[in-house]
Design a protein around this ligand. Structure first.
Ligand SMILES: [Zn+2]
Length: 119
């Protein structure tokens, strides 16, 4: 596996370097003699539960559509259609929950970044 490399510029002479992952958070010395700290990029990763909510919501829509088709063509009656439709509509629940968790995590992440910058 190829290691992630970070493109970094010497703050003094502006010379560009590709810094391998093992030098993250370490001090490096540029050819101009200037020493600086390698700060790795911090990427926002949404919490795992968000993907679970998305998958659950997708499954509910699929189950609902499947249920409607089965009820309509293979004979599940109007009750089957209503239940399937209800499952489809309630898929909005996990979807909204996932979206809320995503944005809360995003806000928390941004706040943490701002606070770290002000340190
Ligand atoms: Zn330099």
């Amino acid at each position: 596996m190829k290691k992630k490399a970070l493109n970094i510029q010497c703050p003094k002479c502006r010379k560009e370097y590709e810094i391998p992952e093992d030098l993250y958070n370490k001090d490096v010395r540029c050819s101009c003699g200037y020493e600086f700290h390698v700060t790795p990029p911090i990427i926002f990763n949404p919490p795992y539960i968000v993907s679970i909510c998305d998958v659950l919501s997708g499954l509910m829509i699929a189950a609902g559509i499947l249920g409607i088709i089965i009820s309509a063509f293979l004979g599940g009656g109007p009750a089957g259609i209503v239940i399937s439709f209800a499952i489809m509509v309630s898929s909005i629940g996990p979807y909204i929950l996932g979206t809320i968790i995503y944005y809360l995590a995003r806000i928390e992440f941004n706040t943490r970044m701002i606070m770290e910058k002000e340190k």
